[in-house]
Design a protein around this ligand. Structure first.
Ligand SMILES: Nc1ncnc2c1ncn2[C@@H]1O[C@H](COP(=O)(O)OP(=O)(O)O)[C@@H](O)[C@H]1O
Ligand SMILES: [Mg+2]
Length: 302
């Protein structure tokens, strides 16, 4: 990875940096910048896309005033739109090829919910876009910069491709928070460790000492077994990488997840009382509280 591309701090446009020398009144008027949360995994099929969308829904349930954007960052095999049953005109390939602006490609999606529908904004991906793999680091970096300066969003969730593709690594290293999803399977765990190792190394090359990674154990047989799996991963990281990612949470396996994906319906809308829904709501509260992303309604949108 090019060191120059990510030599700046993780949040070059963060309010803290931009406002260091400005009077209080000016600081208040600056639009807040969105937090970037990347969702990655080592192995495919662990539930990243479902988790990204359901976490976004959970965050909206926590605060209906908040604005969340989900970006399909699986540049080769994006399927966020498929899980949602979303119809759209443009996708991320048009932006990367500079044919349109980001805001032109953002498509609103209304998630059915008992308390009224929630609006989630989607930057759809494209499945089978082989040309995207030819795009360089600079273009990916530029996209990230554009996302960071999008006004009006509290948080941007980027659903990455599985594995150690360079584009996923670049985004994972630069994100404010990296949520690494694994299951309890040894193969998923081994691959998750490999991603953690590379991501910690990438960040160190960029001058960022602290890991931004937190672990999500999905499809767990139970909370305790999920926590035990996290314990194994955390111990290996502590021992060999000398950094320990925190546990964002455990989501229990629920067969209704695949049923709602098949029906292209939001899981929380149909099964809000399920244990998996409770698990994901807890993670949403952790993520929102942890990174202070959810802007309270009193603050104005720039
Ligand atoms: N908590 C869960 N309980 C049961 N099945 C799940 C759960 N999370 C994900 N799945 C299953 O995993 C499959 C893969 O999910 P997906 O979001 O497409 O994974 P990825 O994006 O990591 O490839 C889904 O079809 C769904 O059936
Ligand atoms: Mg996926």
């Amino acid at each position: 990875m090019s060191q120059a591309a990510f030599a700046s701090p993780a949040r070059p446009y963060s309010k803290a940096l931009r406002t260091a020398f400005l009077p209080e009144s000016t600081v208040r008027d600056l639009p807040p910048t969105p937090r970037i949360v990347a969702i990655a995994s080592g192995k495919g099929g662990v539930g990243k896309t479902w988790f990204s969308l359901t976490l976004a829904h959970a965050l909206l349930r926590e605060n209906r005033e908040s604005r969340i954007l989900v970006v399909d960052g699986d540049f080769g095999l994006g399927n966020v739109d498929i899980q949602l049953g979303l119809r759209h005109k443009f996708d991320i390939t048009h932006i990367l090829k500079r044919q349109i602006s980001i805001t032109e490609a953002i498509t609103p999606c209304f998630l059915a919910d008992a308390g009224g529908s929630c609006q989630l904004d989607i930057l759809p991906g494209h499945s089978g876009a082989s040309t995207l793999s030819l795009l360089g680091h600079d273009r990916i970096h530029e996209l990230l910069e554009q996302l960071r300066t999008l006004s009006g969003y509290d948080m941007i969730l980027i659903d990455l491709c599985a594995g150690i593709d360079w584009s996923a690594r670049a985004i994972a290293a630069a994100a404010d928070t990296l949520l690494l999803v694994t299951t309890e399977e040894p193969t998923a765990l081994t691959d998750a460790y490999a991603v953690l190792k590379l991501s910690m190394r990438d960040r160190q090359l960029d001058g960022l000492r602290e890991t931004n990674a937190e672990i999500v154990v999905n499809q767990a047989a139970g909370i305790r077994s999920g926590q035990a799996v996290y314990g194994v991963l955390a111990e290996a990281c502590e021992r060999f990488l000398h950094q320990t990612p925190r546990l964002a949470g455990v989501i229990r396996r629920d067969r209704r997840v695949s049923e709602t994906i098949r029906l292209q319906r939001p899981f929380l809308g149909d099964h809000s009382g399920s244990v998996a829904a409770g698990d994901i709501m807890r993670i949403a509260r952790h993520v929102a509280g942890d990174v202070s992303v959810i802007r309270r309604p009193v603050m104005s949108v720039g």
